[in-house]
Write a protein that binds this ligand. Sequence first.
Ligand SMILES: Cc1cc2nc3c(=O)[nH]c(=O)nc-3n(C[C@H](O)[C@H](O)[C@H](O)COP(=O)(O)OP(=O)(O)OC[C@H]3O[C@@H](n4cnc5c(N)ncnc54)[C@H](O)[C@@H]3O)c2cc1C
Length: 335
Amino acid sequence: MHTFEFVRANDPALAVAITSQAKTAQQGADMRFVAGGTTLLDLMKLNVEQPAKLVDVNGLPLDKIERTADGGLKIGATMRNADLAHHADVQRDYPVLSQAILQGASAQIRNMATTAGNLLQRTRCMFFRDTAMPCNKREPGSGCPAIGGGNRMLAILGTSEQCIASNPSDMNVAMAALEAVVHIRGAKGERDVAIGEFHVLPGNTPSRENVLEPGDLITHVTLPAAAKGSKSIYLKLRDRTSYEFALASAAVIVNVADGRFERVRIAMGGVGTKPWRMPEAEAALVGQAVGDEAVMRRAAEAGLKDARPQSENGFKVELAKRCLVYALKQATQNA
Ligand SMILES: Cc1cc2nc3c(=O)[nH]c(=O)nc-3n(C[C@H](O)[C@H](O)[C@H](O)COP(=O)(O)OP(=O)(O)OC[C@H]3O[C@@H](n4cnc5c(N)ncnc54)[C@H](O)[C@@H]3O)c2cc1C
């Protein structure tokens, strides 16, 4: 592990100012905010990340949850995943978010992990985490051994010739279905980014995973008001039922009227290079009768139509379809 400078920031303006002192973008890229540390410190010990400076954000007043004027929710960047998942408003109005968080990691990790840290957690691809191996994400241009093998856990949607690493987060999948907005404060001011545009596809630049610029601080995430009468569920399929990342997962939010799907939001995890919203699957359901398995299967086919499996993860295509159908059945069970 390399030596680094450690600074505590106690107000967001100061945190941004500290990182903005860097004279060049390259220097800014050498700085990292640290929140729970459950991703970053692991990667520093592995020498995958080697920041010259860490700015501790735990003292920032960003650990609260509040209702917004339009009935939505404002979730602070440093709010712990456990506090978010167990919050009464989240459990009542956004159960899919609570379920997704509680199916991730372990109780100890959720007690440390934060909203922003979870949004920015990095892939578990074993080649990315092993500095003895090439990896285009870690070291642009070095190659991607995962494309030849060792790809069982990796993505089937949104991949490129440079990178097939999957986004491992459960929380991000629920946030994508809930159409969350990420609020950012940087050297040039504040901006809001819809979650669907926050994470980016690997393309030819897999080292870039999101739209943040060096020094950008996530201050909070907002959720729109929950759709009245909606039912939601997060279903996670994995090799063991605890303390394991998803092979395929589905966040499903549905409104049913007169026995038909009226409004549907679907995102999947474990299968995409980013949290994978499925508008084609949603469109295939709206107006259709609930309880018809053929309809749900057609929606799943539509959602997975662009899947490009690798040598060891072809099973994910069928697994993801079944995951989505089962989640839809559960969400509409008593509708
Ligand atoms: C053994 C293990 C099992 C796990 N299993 C799962 C699982 O099943 N499902 C799952 O979803 N997750 C899982 N995780 C991942 C876990 O959820 C993440 O490690 C955690 O959410 C990261 O949050 P953190 O606050 O600790 O982030 P940190 O490690 O502190 O930071 C992560 C990244 O976010 C950046 N950052 C943090 N805060 C801000 C901010 N306010 N603004 C800008 N940048 C910021 C940091 O610079 C860093 O790049 C697992 C982790 C471990 C170690």
